[in-house]
Design a protein around this ligand. Structure first.
Ligand code: DON
Length: 602
């Protein structure tokens, strides 16, 4: 296997050197815009400083001294807080929340998908180094590089990757857990068996998938999730999932073996045969979750810990932040045209590097220089006052759009241990295949691989080698669970769903908190932007959250006059986050109002 992170800046390919040269030569003389790099004088955000008003509802923003959970699903948040109060640590609570969300937020919470858990140990830990649990799905042994046709529907069992969630949660629990495994799975079993109250967000989510005409052949999904009275789901209804309860009971009693072997595995493999999927009993037993070293970068004195490959999130964010560090962002307001322009240009360049180099580092070499300050300043030197056409960065490539749902939650315990967890089925409800008799959805994560090797085109397909399918390989992800510390103290726990927009949602929140010192509720509420190199388009989130008070109309006009192709979107991401104020010892959780999330602390 190739070495991870062995290439240095000097060892770049000739082609890359040429493209760097081109970038440097394109430096314009017009540096009016950027001013000198600011010295690295970082400040801890002022205590819950309110630079922008945030609507504080008790569920949306919560304060606590001893522990905090912020997530999309209120019943799962309650489970997490109970685990913390019962003496569990942040990893215990995270494991319990993850299982609970597999019941209460089925569009993304899962046991049939995969994800990433970033953990920063607490004050009392001997080894305080943050660590990362990679439970990303893998390609089944029978997968081949060209198994998919461009444009093929992803809502089929052929797109299912071997799930990682249960092994990943078990691995994290084995390393850090204080409470017993059954204690952490039990609340989810009860939620599935006894049911729980459906809220508006869940009703909308279920009705959406059940009424979608593309779900017409998903008979098992309809059998399990249709409302028993044959009507739409409403706020206040009760959802019961007895088959999922039985599956979770096997996991509770046998650990991950209760998912990857025995009855659950039999049901899984039978489903694969029935619906044309590739995963075998051997794929399931062979699945391994891995502990990895997070990507560590710094931003004006803060330590940023992010997701390593097979995620692109940690590297892309480190690269963008390294560029922004020298660009004197705060010279202007957070939503001034120049600020958004500079951020968009950093995003564009980070996503270009992502497309060229990133994939599963167990299979491909990921250049170490991508996270170096020197490389970032080389790239930043090519920014000027007008938008850089994406084509000028590389003539031949373009990248695919992401799907719509994943979910992120954040947990902090009394010892300051923090967990940032993002997991997914890829699309909302994944492949929409529900394992017959098992009661759980299967992912369609194979769609995150490059779909056709060698084929890159204007419509957004990419075929670079780094992310081509191979048996056992993990597909490239954008999930970016992130933890920020300063002088060893926790500052921020964040992350989001949103496909490729995840990386930039996290970037926006990090900039809001670290650079603009926004209160966490405001930082999460604030409009977000997204540029992913190709399509050459700057997405600006507008006006859905009127209370944020940002009218971006004139900013958008200014961005257009700088050459940006601006499109507006109604919502980007769902970033349930936690801020810790070391000066007061206070935690503040902020659930993202883009969905009906909840933050609860004590
Ligand atoms: O791993 C990834 O990057 C994607 N499968 C995540 C998909 C996603 O976030 C869709 N959601 N909103």
């Amino acid at each position: 296997m190739p070495n991870l992170f062995t290439t240095t800046c000097k060892e770049r390919s000739t082609q890359h050197r040429i493209s760097c040269l081109v970038l440097i030569v394109t430096v314009t003389i017009s540096w009016w815009c950027y001013g000198p790099a600011r010295t690295a004088v970082a400040q801890t955000p002022t205590t819950f400083q309110r630079r922008t008003a945030s609507t504080v509802q008790s569920q949306r923003v919560a304060d606590g001294k001893h522990g905090m959970v912020a997530a999309v699903s209120p019943p799962a948040v309650d489970v997490g807080v109970e685990i913390l109060k019962a003496g569990g640590n942040a990893v215990d609570a995270a494991v319990a929340v993850a299982f609970a969300e597999a019941v209460t937020w089925p569009e993304a919470g899962n046991i049939g998908g995969g994800g990433f858990m970033l953990v920063a140990p607490g004050r009392s830990a001997e080894d305080k180094s943050p660590t990362f649990f990679d439970y990303r799905e893998t390609a089944p042994a029978a997968a081949t590089p060209d198994m998919f046709a461009l444009g093929e529907s992803r809502l089929t069992a052929r797109f299912v990757g071997t799930p990682g969630t249960v092994r990943g949660l078990e691995l994290a629990h084995k390393k850090f857990g204080k409470l017993s495994w059954p204690d952490l799975v039990k609340p989810a079993v009860a939620l599935a068996r006894d049911g729980f109250e459906v809220n508006t967000a869940l009703a909308r989510s279920l009705n959406g998938v059940l009424r979608d005409r593309r779900s017409v052949n998903n008979a098992e999904m309809h059998r399990v999730f249709d409302h028993p009275e044959g009507r739409l789901w409403r706020n206040g209804d009760r959802l019961l999932q007895p088959e999922l309860a039985a599956t979770l009971e096997r996991i509770m009693e046998q650990g991950a073996a209760g998912f990857y072997t025995g009855r659950t595995a039999e049901l899984f493999v039978a489903e694969m045969r029935r619906s044309g999927g590739l995963i075998t009993a051997a794929d399931l037993t062979n699945y391994e979750a891995k502990e990895r070293t997070p990507i560590h970068s710094t931003y004006r004195g803060y330590d940023i810990y992010g997701a390593p490959p097979p995620s692109s999130g940690g590297i892309a964010n480190a690269l963008a932040l390294n560029m922004l560090e020298g660009l004197n962002l705060k010279r202007e307001d957070r939503f001034a045209p120049r600020t958004l322009h500079v951020m968009a240009e950093a995003m564009r360049r980070a996503f270009h590097q992502r497309a060229m180099h990133l994939g599963d580092a167990d299979f491909v070499e990921v250049p170490e220089y991508l996270t170096s300050k020197e490389f970032a300043s080389e790239l930043a030197a090519s920014l000027h006052e007008r938008a850089t056409p994406s084509r000028s960065l590389a003539e031949e490539m373009e990248i695919l759009d992401g799907g719509e749902n994943t979910t992120h939650f954040s947990v902090v315990d009394d010892d300051g241990m923090a967990v940032s967890n993002t997991y997914t089925l890829e699309h909302s409800f994944g492949s929409r295949v529900v394992v017959n008799g098992g009661g759980f959805f299967l992912n369609n994560e194979m769609g995150d691989f490059n779909q056709k090797p060698g084929h890159t085109d204007e419509r957004g397909n990419i075929g670079t080698p780094a992310n081509v399918i191979a048996p056992g390989k993990r597909m490239l992800s954008s999930m970016s669970p992130t933890i920020v510390k300063r002088d060893g103290e926790l500052v921020l726990v964040t992350g989001s769903p949103g496909g490729r927009t995840i990386i930039n949602t996290v970037l926006c929140i990090v900039v809001n908190v670290l650079e603009y010192e926004m209160e966490i509720g405001a930082a999460v509420d604030a409009p977000r932007i997204h540029h992913q190199w190709f399509p050459d388009q700057l997405r600006v989130e507008t006006h859905r959250f009127g209370n944020v008070g940002e009218d971006l109309t004139s900013t958008i006009e200014a961005l257009r006059s700088m050459g940006h192709r601006v499109t507006t979107v109604r919502g980007q991401g769902d970033a349930h986050s936690i801020f810790y104020d070391a000066a007061t010892g206070q935690l503040r959780g902020a659930a993202d109002k883009r969905l009906d999330g909840k933050a609860a602390g004590y």
